[in-house]
Every structure is written in C-alpha cells, then in structure tokens.
Design a protein around this ligand. Structure first.
Ligand SMILES: [Zn+2]
Length: 253
C-alpha cells in the first residue's frame, strides 16, 4: 500500500476542495479494499448522493471524508437533519475517514467506521448554520463516542495495519446490524464504551457496574441499570465479542 497522495493529479483543478477531492478519491480507489470481503472498492462514477465508493463483490457502500493535519475527535459532515434521517434508512453507507499530512500529502490515518456504529448520539450539531440559511444546521461525527471496535484502522499514525486483522475486526461487530432498534443498540454501544474505558483485556462485572451512575443519568427512567448491564454483557458474549472466563469475569475477544 502506497501512502503518498499523487499531487500531480490535482494540477488541473483550481479550487482547493476539488483538488483534495481528486487526490483522496483516486488514492482510495487505488489502495483500499472492502473490509467486508477484501475486494478492491470502486468509486461511483456519477456521484451518488449518499456514497462515494462501493464494493463490486458484496455491495457495501462507503462515504469518504478527509481532513488535513491532525486527525482530531470530530469529522465535519453535512446537514444535521439529513444525517439523522439517513441513520434510519437501509442505504446508509459505511464511513471512510482519511487524514493526511499538511506538508507531504502522506496519509497518516485511514479508518473505516461501519455503518452499524452510527446512532443519533454520535451526530453532533454544529452551532453555526449557513449564512442566509439560519435553519440549516450542519453536523459533525463525534469519534470519541464510538467504541474502539467501531474504528477500524488501515493506517494508524503512518503505520499500515495487517489486512487479515482489518477483515477480522470488521467481522467482529457485524452482529450489531441485527439490532435494528436504535435504543437497544444504544445500550450495547454504551456497554462497549464502558469496557473500552476499563481498558483491560480481562475485567470483572463490578468494574462495569462502576458506570451505573453515569448510565442512570443517561437513562433516568430505567431503574434496573445493573440488570441491563448484565444483559448487554451476555448479548456481547453470545455474539463472540466477549468471552466468559468465570462467574462475574469476562475477557475481550
Ligand atoms: Zn466487499
């Protein structure tokens, strides 16, 4: 995998956004494989409103966003209302995020966020609308509220990750697609985030219970937070995301 964007390609374009678009799209088209099946992705020739790339083998769709300089914790995106509406639809694409160096046009980070990690919670309103269209609120995607397993890196801080690991990491969370109800998915993602925060390969049930206060603030009508936590852990275990080691003890797969 080459990590340098081909700057020559941008010469014939005048506007900076257009230049960046051409550089990044050409690079993805050449270098990136579908994380679901390993085939090379293709770009939609006539830009589709919701996606930039697709896999000719398994039909997954991908939208590309890019950012120069530092990766940061937020990805700027389009209109808030449209984004929220898209989350409910079947053709919501997965997300590619490309971050390149400002001086050398080298890809520093490239990550795919599977579409099943998108919930309204990670879509943040940006304060300012477009001038003259004050009701037109734009949004950002909050990377911090997505569990680690929902950020699958191809390139991390300039280091290329192993293809087999990328494919494996993708398969690991596909079970979330079965969970169509956003509220049920929210609980699962919250629990995955708690496990991330514990930050250990092996952890105890009590360590997840420590998040009870935070979760009960988030779900004030739920009076059985601990039961709910246990239920989520069990679901994650049934789907191979966690292993059961001993009573009250789990391991991240
Ligand atoms: Zn594919």
């Amino acid at each position: 995998m080459k990590t340098i964007l081909d700057i020559e390609l941008a010469n014939k374009y005048n506007s900076v956004p257009q230049k960046i678009r051409v550089l990044t799209e050409t690079w993805v088209d050449k270098e990136i494989f579908c994380p679901n099946c390993g085939c090379n992705v293709d770009s939609y020739k006539n830009s589709k409103p919701v996606a930039d790339f697709y896999c000719p083998n398994c039909n997954e769709d991908y939208e590309l966003k890019s950012k120069k300089d530092k990766m940061g914790n937020r990805i700027l995106d389009g209109a808030y209302g449209i984004m929220i509406k898209r989350l409910q639809s079947e053709n919501n694409p997965n997300f590619f995020f490309l971050n390149y160096g400002i001086k050398n046009y080298e890809v520093q980070n490239f990550v795919v966020i599977p579409k099943h990690f998108f919930t309204p919670e990670i879509i943040i309103k940006r304060n300012k609308g477009i001038p003259n269209r004050p009701n037109y609120i734009m949004c950002s995607i909050d990377l911090l509220s997505i569990p680690q397993s929902g950020k699958i890196f191809y390139i991390k801080n300039g280091q290329i990750e192993n293809k087999n690991n990328i494919l494996k990491n993708w398969q690991k969370t596909l079970f979330l697609r079965e969970e169509k109800k956003i509220s049920a998915k929210g609980w699962l993602l919250d629990t995955m985030n708690c496990v991330d925060k514990i930050g250990k390969k092996e952890f105890k049930l009590d360590e997840v219970y420590a998040f009870e206060d935070i979760l009960s603030k988030k779900y004030p009508s739920n009076k059985h937070i601990k039961d709910k936590i246990r239920q989520q852990l069990q679901f994650l275990r049934d789907n191979g995301y966690l292993n059961f080691v001993a009573p009250g003890k789990y391991r991240v797969s």
